[in-house]
Design a protein around this ligand. Structure first.
Ligand code: ATP
Ligand code: MN
Length: 310
């Protein structure tokens, strides 16, 4: 497999939570701007596992991999790699009536998260539903995308408006940074009633209402040219089979930023001050933050229902 004189990549055997794993190229720098190596990425995976795994549980994962680091090429991977360890489970999900089901990875234990990190799968994306109840998403997502010159502080203002509208409907919501440009507001349901058509229609109705009240700052329209200087409230992320980056996932951005759960106080502070640094987290800070608690746990714990409009 390797040409004469070319050595195979150095491999190291490690043990993670009772599993034996072969990892490679630990010194390879994946984030040149920070000198972050693959060893550091695997270490983050192992240390974040206790808080991150519940958000991956039973959700078919899409990897985005950067084998030579974030300044080089990347690719999406839905098919769980055939060379996976036999303890990495897969779930076969139909993607369309014509196509064969895709065997997605299920990342259910710390070693599986470390294995994905070793593949330089920096980003882990998951759908709103689990394989156990594929027709009922466990909640609603509002993906807030700023159109320059609008930025994340504008997303914070819109997130607060969404939170307040939801509160009037007696619905609780949580927020996380995307780890990229915007914010994600998640509304837990966990009641196995709403379908993805229901959650999409609900998100569209709320986004459209906000746009009608604040047309200068919000758009519910996908068209890029309408986004300039506004926040696009992307309701379409609720469409069945679509994915959103998982809470606590690294991003394949220049710096090793993380999709980080935040408190509503932190969102308010950024909205009031416009200080974007308060909503920008790299992995070392995230590890410190989770020592103090998990600001996204309501996504797992809260059970509530969408209002019925008849
Ligand atoms: P940003 O803050 O920059 O918008 P984001 O993660 O929200 O970051 P979006 O472009 O808004 O990125 O996309 C939302 C989600 O849609 C992503 O997190 C990802 O899961 C999914 N997604 C985006 N582009 C693709 C793609 N080309 N293929 C598959 N899924 C995608
Ligand atoms: Mn987005």
């Amino acid at each position: 497999m390797y040409a004469a004189g070319v050595s195979p990549p150095p491999r190291t055997r490690v043990e993670v939570a009772g599993r034996h794993l072969s990892v490679s190229n630990l010194d390879k720098v994946l984030y040149p701007a920070r000198g972050t190596t693959k060893a550091a990425v695997i270490d983050y995976a192992v240390r974040i596992a206790p808080v991150m795994l519940p958000y991956l549980r039973r959700r078919p994962v899409t990897f985005v991999r950067w084998p030579d680091g974030v300044e080089s090429h990347s690719f999406f991977e839905k098919n769980c790699p055939g060379h996976r360890p036999d303890w990495v489970e897969v779930a076969r999900i139909p993607t369309g009536s014509q196509d064969a089901p895709i065997p997605f990875c299920l990342i259910e234990e710390p070693a599986a998260l470390a294995w994905a990190a070793n593949l330089a799968a920096l980003e882990l994306h998951v759908p709103m539903a689990t394989v156990d109840d594929w027709l009922h998403p466990t909640g609603v997502v509002f993906d807030l995308d700023p159109g320059a010159p609008a930025g994340i502080a504008d997303c914070a203002r819109v997130a607060l408006r969404i939170r307040d509208l939801l509160a009037r409907l007696d619905l609780t919501a949580v927020a996380k940074t995307s780890g990229s440009k915007g914010l994600h507001v998640f509304v837990p349901l966990n009641s196995a009633i709403a379908t993805s058509d229901d959650t999409r229609d609900f998100a569209l109705a709320l986004a459209g209402f906000l746009e009608s009240r604040e047309p200068d700052t919000v758009t519910a329209n996908m068209r890029k040219e309408l986004r300039t200087g506004r926040v696009f409230v992307d309701w379409s992320q609720n469409t069945g089979h679509k994915t959103t980056v998982c809470a606590y996932s690294l991003r394949g951005r220049p710096r090793p930023t993380v999709s980080t759960p935040v408190t509503w106080d932190e969102v308010s502070d950024a909205a009031d001050s416009g200080d974007v640094a308060g909503l920008d987290f790299e992995y070392p800070t995230v590890l410190e933050r989770v020592d103090a608690g998990d600001h996204f746990h309501a996504w797992l714990d809260v059970s509530q229902e969408l209002p019925v409009f008849t």
